[in-house]
Design a protein around this ligand. Sequence first.
Ligand code: FES
Length: 97
Amino acid sequence: MAHPERIVFVCMNQRPPGAKASCGPAGAGEVLAALRAELEARTELWGRVRVAASSCLGPCEQGPHVVVYPDDVWYAEVKPEDACRILDTVSGDRSQG
Ligand code: FES
């Protein structure tokens, strides 16, 4: 089985109320769902790009955080509506948005 060229990791870490900031309560689940839906619609990326949940990526504040491997491109305060732009960048299609 071929490995994907890129993996879009979405931090899903969930800390309890009152603890240090974390991406889960900041909306990471909605971001993950939006990225997966966008990937599902882009058949040309199937097998080449994977969207995966991750544990804490490190920055924590200004989440949700997304990182594209192996490009080392980081996104902070990601919203579901950013999914299209992120996958445009991953796929090399920067003509939109
Ligand atoms: S909790 Fe998401 S980067 Fe740490």
